[in-house]
Unconditional design. Structure first.
Length: 572
């Protein structure tokens, strides 16, 4: 296995305890894991946790068991041709690589359709499965409820010969969708609803993106998944907690086929807590509704928790791996605060993102005592003193500059330390500036500020007086114009409504995206390339959008603010 991700530190959790016990007891001499997404949508950060766990385990145990054959597979569980597409497969592979991992083998459940069909015939011949002709609604009715047992299908006692004949005719395409299904013959009174004669096969007259028109019947996920694991020799089938009830069926499928199929290993399923994140949605169905309903711009919209969205927003793979490690592997579900994810990206970018100046809401300042045709090139460091890196650039200073609208106030309170009539501030890397006058439009809005600078204050405070406020600025004639998109949390509520599926749309944060079309950036950003990340001083961390940004028409996305201001803003 090759990977750009470092092997994880030897940490302890119940999954590793299980693996260690299996190795010590001699039940396995290697570790084979797999990441098995369904290619029916894009992955989100919850899947990132599973990716980091499965691929991380393989990296860790390969280091501990050199030459053992320890591996991690990427397998697409592509059993529903009505929802799956190569578009999603390509996106998933890109996500896994971007996170820093490389699979040891690329597989599809569809690779094993022939074997799965053979095994289904074996189950029928063994009296363990039958063809049922109830409708979907009738199957649901016959299954019962959590408080009442189900009742047997009237087709449950068909002979082996009749079942085989019907199944083979299903395979030939003689029946319509929904006319028949194959069910396991287990226990209609089982307390686990999954075991009440579960569906194993269904008819779908739909071409498959991998097998084309070869099949018109397709295995159900709960039948295909354990068989795929067993064929590949997976030792530890690790999945999230919502599949806990599926484990009994997983075991039933393998136990009833293992002698006939001669599987190379007997995999066992283990469940860990899925990743739940507040102020967003972590359901593929809800994400699809957002995309198809045009509530967002696509699967890679930076407001979404999809890996593609986080990548476009400017998150780094290192920050997401650090986040997944900080969450850990537990047995009980819980919800993680979005602030924990935001901390990880701030912590990572603090050492990586050079500091630059950008004015997002420009207000022009004319320095009246500065020479009209003078331009100074001032030294400005890319890095603060606490980051052990070197590098600087020249920023031009001229008679006309832009400052932030929020850095000026006509009638400020007593503890206001930014620019106001008669007040003095320091311009970052430059001089001290005093406001002497303002110009207003017909509506009384300030459209321009006039001031004077002290030429003796370059890089230092005026003699005998202390200037408390420092603000950033950009030279107006040299400013790079850009569009800046301020992204925030997708939902304004900590948890989406639990009513009807579409009710969560009412919780979409109206301020999750603000577009600022006329921002002024310092000259050095004129050649910024897609994917480059910067800290805009006093504003936050930003990235050049990799999709919409063009030379001469730059677009920047805000990755995260400098501090977690969400809780405070929600209290206002």
């Amino acid at each position: 296995m090759t990977s750009s991700a470092p092997a994880p530190a030897k940490i302890g959790d119940f999954i590793r305890d299980i693996i260690n016990a299996d190795l010590e007891a001699g039940r396995h001499d290697k570790v084979l894991t797999r990441f098995p997404p369904e290619p029916n949508g894009f992955l989100h950060i919850g899947h990132a946790k599973s990716i980091c766990l499965n691929f991380g385990l393989a990296l860790e145990y390969k280091d501990r068991l050199p030459g053992s054959g320890t591996r991690c597979h990427l397998r697409f569980d592509d059993t529903d041709p009505t929802k799956e597409d190569t578009l999603f497969e390509d996106g998933i592979q890109e996500d896994v690589r971007w996170l820093g991992f490389q699979w040891d083998g690329l597989y599809h459940a569809s690779d094993y359709f022939g074997k799965m069909y053979e095994y289904a015939e074996h189950l029928i011949q063994s009296g363990k499965a039958y063809v049922c002709s109830l409708s979907d609604a009738e199957i649901k009715e016959y299954r019962g409820s959590v408080t009442t047992p189900g009742k047997p299908s009237p087709y449950r006692e068909r002979s082996v010969e009749e079942n085989l004949d019907l199944f083979r005719r299903m395979r030939k395409g003689e029946f319509k969708d929904g006319e028949h299904v194959v069910r396991g013959k287990i226990d209609m009174a089982n307390a686990n609803m999954k075991m009440r004669d579960p569906l194993l096969y269904r008819i779908r007259h739909t071409a498959h993106h991998m097998t084309g028109e070869q099949w018109c019947i397709y295995p159900m996920y709960d039948y295909a998944h354990p068989i795929s694991d067993a064929i590949e020799g997976i030792t530890h089938s690790i999945c999230t907690l919502e599949f806990e009830n599926n484990r009994e069926l997983y075991d039933w499928v393998i136990d009833n086929l293992i002698e006939y199929a001669k599987f190379p290993s007997r995999p066992h399923q283990y469940e860990f807590a899925r990743l739940n994140l507040n102020y967003t949605v972590m359901s593929k169905r809800r994400l699809q509704e957002l995309v198809e309903g045009k509530h967002v711009s696509g699967w890679d919209d930076p407001r979404l928790p999809t890996i593609a969205g986080l990548r476009r927003r400017g998150y780094t793979p290192e920050s997401i791996r650090a986040f997944c490690a900080s969450v850990g592997v537990a047995k009980a579900n819980s919800t993680v605060d979005m602030a924990q994810l935001e901390f990880c990206i701030r912590d990572d970018l603090n050492q990586k993102a050079p500091r630059v100046m950008a004015v997002l809401k420009p207000l022009k300042v004319v320095i009246e005592n500065y020479p009209d045709d003078k331009v100074e090139e001032l030294d400005a460091s890319y890095w603060p003193h606490d980051v052990p890196k070197e590098g600087s650039r020249k920023v031009p200073f001229s008679k006309e500059i832009y400052i932030e609208q929020d850095d000026f106030m006509l009638d400020p309170p007593k503890d206001y330390y930014r620019l106001a009539p008669g007040k003095e501030v320091r311009l970052r890397y430059a001089y001290c500036l005093t406001c002497t006058d303002v110009i207003k439009d017909a509506s009384g809005n300030v459209v321009e500020v006039r001031g004077t600078y002290d030429p003796q204050t370059l890089g230092k405070n005026p003699e005998g007086r202390k200037v408390k406020g420092t603000i950033h600025w950009v030279s107006a004639p040299h400013a790079v114009k850009a569009e800046v998109r301020l992204y925030d949390r997708l939902l304004s509520e900590e948890a989406p409504p639990t009513g009807k599926d579409s009710e969560f749309l009412n919780a979409i944060n109206p301020n999750a995206l603000q577009v600022l079309a006329e921002c002024a950036l310092e000259r050095s950003l004129g050649d910024a390339q897609p994917g480059e990340r910067f800290q805009f001083e006093r504003q936050g961390y930003f990235v050049v959008d990799g999709k919409d940004s063009q030379p001469g028409a730059l677009v920047f996305n805000r990755i995260v603010t400098l501090k977690d201001s969400w809780a405070r803003s929600q209290q206002k």
